[in-house]
Ligand binder design. Structure first.
Ligand code: 5AD
Ligand code: SF4
Length: 441
């Protein structure tokens, strides 16, 4: 491919993994393209997509129709679709969405220069090959959208869990861990460049495992290694599967103040019957035992979760079990979803999607209302406490205020004073809402 500096516009949908992937894509294309925020300036537009819920895919289809009208005005514009949706719908997408020049699945980003070159010659091309080994571990991501303070580091790819509702194992392939040395080097380099927080990312970080000669590095070992880079570098991670969250990790978290006291532990449902149907391989009782252990070893730790309502066969009692589990855990935060059928998954093939839409909406509203209450109560308990926050940027509501997060991942807003973005500051909380801690001092 010729080295001419053209302009690239990337839009990223879905999870944090996709944000990290877009940074890898920006790096692979950096010899040929400069990133632009402006869609109108772009020679190449890439949509990095998500298939996890139907809603996400609908939004992306809508965006493609908007891009089609832009392409009518600018015939030389090249448009590519990346990520999970490319993997899930493959050639069918090229047929349906005539606006696309090429598609590339999550393991095909190294072939992007070639795909783009072929697109220039008007051949519609695609690469959706899934790999058992690709981790992009030698690529230094380009942090094109960064605040210069916090960065994501992808430590593994894929998922082997096959929860029955989930399309991820089919779109992102088998689970594979990245070489720990390259993860360490990437974190160290970020710290040298002035970053103060890294988030280690994977679909299931607790099953991270890297073998080198006789040594085996698991997720707790990796987290400890990264925490030792500097006490001034915060370490976060996501996402943890309840089946794999080990006591060893909890003790490592307790040992290092710079490992943030926040765990995202998706439960999905509070009912054993639903958990079994979802193939989550744990029970309500096991999950609650893990929560008890977290609270014992890390009394300051905040816990958040993912919940699906309206999964196949969910009765009122199953729904009540979810509500009671939410109360029992007393989550700081939750991401809550209505079940949507994903083609190709076990649930789509074996179970009937039998909960009417109105009932799904009603149950979703009930869990959202409960979580809103739990979040507000949790924040009220923080009023009067002091926290160390890492300053991330200017508050969206007021340019006289900064925002940052405390170790528990709660957003704090406070007056700018003489501080700078990227510094640590200790603030006393004076007020709160369900979503924000406020310091007036
Ligand atoms: N329907 C609704 N929510 C889903 N999730 C995954 N698949 C589905 C689906 N088919 C949710 C789960 C998961 C989060 C990333 O998305 O809660 O943890
Ligand atoms: Fe999907 Fe389950 Fe894997 Fe999460 S752990 S990505 S919900 S299959």
């Amino acid at each position: 491919m010729q080295r001419a500096v053209k302009k690239l516009h990337i839009e990223t949908y879905g999870c944090q993994m996709n944000v990290a992937d877009s940074e890898v894509v920006a790096s692979i294309l950096s010899p040929y393209y400069k990133i632009t925020d402006s869609l109108r300036d772009a020679d190449l537009v890439l949509l990095n997509t998500c298939s996890v819920r139907d809603h996400a895919e609908q939004r992306i289809r809508k965006r493609l129709h908007e891009l089609a009208s832009l392409k009518k005005k600018n015939k030389s514009l090249v448009i590519g679709l990346l990520g999970c949706m490319a993997e899930r719908i493959k050639e069918q997408l090229l047929e349906e969405e005539k606006v696309l020049n090429f598609i590339a699945g999550p393991d095909a980003y190294r072939s992007l220069p070639k795909l783009i070159e072929e697109a220039d010659s008007e051949i519609i091309s695609f690469n959706v090959h899934l790999s058992d080994v690709e981790t992009y571990d030698d690529i230094e991501p380009v942090r094109y959208n960064s605040n210069g303070v916090s960065a994501y580091i992808s430590i593994m790819r894929g998922c082997n869990n096959y929860c029955t509702y989930c399309v991820v194992p089919y779109t992102r392939g088998r689970e594979r861990s990245r070489d720990s040395k390259t993860i360490f080097d990437e974190a160290e380099l970020l710290f040298e460049k002035g970053y103060k927080e890294v988030t280690l990312l994977g679909q299931n970080v607790n099953s991270y495992c890297w073998k080198s000669g006789d040594t085996k590095i698991d997720f707790a070992d990796l987290t400890e290694l990264i925490a030792q880079i500097s006490p001034l570098l915060r370490v976060r991670f996501a996402t943890s599967h309840p089946k794999d969250i080990s006591d060893k990790l909890l003790y490592v978290m307790a040992k290092y103040p710079n490992i943030c006291k926040y765990i995202h532990l998706p439960v999905q449902s509070g009912s054993n019957k639903m958990l079994k149907r979802m193939n989550r391989v744990y029970t309500r009782e096991y999950y609650l035992e893990r929560i008890k252990k977290i609270k014992k070893i890390l009394p300051e730790c905040a816990i958040s979760t993912d919940i699906i309502v309206g999964f196949c066969g969910e009765t009122e009692q199953d729904h009540q079990d979810t509500l009671s589990l939410m109360r029992e855990v007393d989550y700081e935060y939750a991401f809550m979803f209505k079940y949507s059928v994903r083609e190709g998954t076990k649930a789509a093939e074996k179970f009937e999607n039998d909960i009417p839409e109105e009932l799904k909406i009603k149950r979703l509203e009930e869990i959202i209302a409960l979580q809103q209450h739990l979040s507000l109560e949790s924040n009220k308990r923080d009023v009067g406490k002091t926290f160390e926050v890492l300053i991330e940027g200017v508050s969206k509501r007021s340019d006289r205020h900064f925002f940052g997060r405390n170790s528990q991942n709660k957003v704090c807003v406070f007056p700018k004073m003489n501080c700078k973005i990227g510094e640590y500051l200790t603030v006393e909380i004076t007020k709160c809402t369900a979503g924000t801690l406020i310091s007036e001092l």
